[in-house]
Design a protein. Structure first.
Length: 289
């Protein structure tokens, strides 16, 4: 790679280069890989429909587009030059013709702009720049396009205080407490749980789902682990109940009970015999007269 080609690695975040604008340039590759690996772990398959909110220069999109079937990838990005440069320098026109990704340049979190529902929604490093009003708008739109089993994976910067401004902040970041993020999700009838998953620059992953879908998340958050354990416990209780009521098992339990009773009787006899052996003969004879 020439020095000119490597020059973008030293650019600051927000510089007008398709890689540097969306993230620290040196983490562009791994940041996209983390996104892809997470969604696959959460259950993404090639036939699913994915909405990438703020898809930028296709940092994650280049992985998803090649993986998903044609027409399944949808991206929203107001900065059209990012998508244009990403197509030119990251995936190529042939990939676009083959996979037919769908893009929108909407700037108001209109997730319903595509007129369809999605199996997965991704908002990577979006809430880390957004105001509460913008997050509310995004989540209210997500409610329109999510199926009962859909999963919305998002990141935010977790802090001790909430950003109280009204504007989008970029390239700077804003922070929120997890309680605030959860409350914003609950306003729309969603459950919000933390995900134990790495992030290229230390943001916190969360899954936003319909409450009844919480137990279907892989066991990578406390709530999902508890739900899964409760489900497994109930399953084994039912299995134990069905086993203990089987005729052969019931017969075996009765036989085992009888054997234990005989063992106890024999043990008692042995103890009595041992006791008698300790009694002197003349005392024994006296006891038997």
């Amino acid at each position: 790679m020439s020095e000119t080609e490597q020059g973008w690695k030293n650019l600051p975040v927000g510089a007008r280069h398709h890689r540097a604008y969306v993230s620290p340039p040196e983490s562009y590759d791994i940041g996209g890989a983390y996104q892809f690996a997470l969604l696959v772990f959460l259950g993404l398959r090639e036939w699913h429909y994915l909405l990438d909110v703020g898809c930028g220069s296709l940092r994650g999109g280049r992985f998803f587009i090649s993986y998903l079937l044609p027409g399944r990838y949808h991206g929203i990005e107001p900065n059209t030059w990012l998508v244009r440069d990403a197509i030119e320098k990251e995936i190529g026109e042939d990939m676009v013709r083959l996979k037919k990704p769908v893009f929108s340049d909407d700037s108001n979190f209109t997730l319903s702009t595509f007129g369809r529902k999605f199996d997965f929604i991704l908002a990577q490093s979006i809430f880390s720049h957004a105001s509460k009003a913008q997050i509310r708008r995004c989540l209210s739109e997500a409610k329109k396009v999510m199926k009962p089993e859909s999963i919305f994976a998002a990141t935010f910067v977790e802090g001790d205080e909430d950003y109280e401004g009204d504007e989008w902040v970029y390239p700077g970041e804003v922070s929120y407490t997890f309680d605030t993020m959860r409350s914003l999700a609950e306003e729309q009838g969603f459950a919000c749980v933390k995900l134990d998953w790495p992030h290229a620059y230390m943001q916190q992953w969360v899954a936003i789902v319909h409450p009844e879908n919480l137990e279907n998340l892989p066991a990578m958050c406390d709530a999902a682990r508890v739900k899964r354990l409760e489900r497994e416990l109930e399953y084994y209780r039912e299995r134990l109940q069905s086993i203990t009521t089987h005729p052969y098992v019931k017969l075996g339990l009765k036989v085992n009970s009888a054997i234990n009773a005989v063992k106890r009787w024999c043990s008692g006899m042995l103890k009595l015999g041992a006791l008698l052996l300790q009694v002197p003969l003349f005392e024994y004879l006296a006891l038997t007269v």
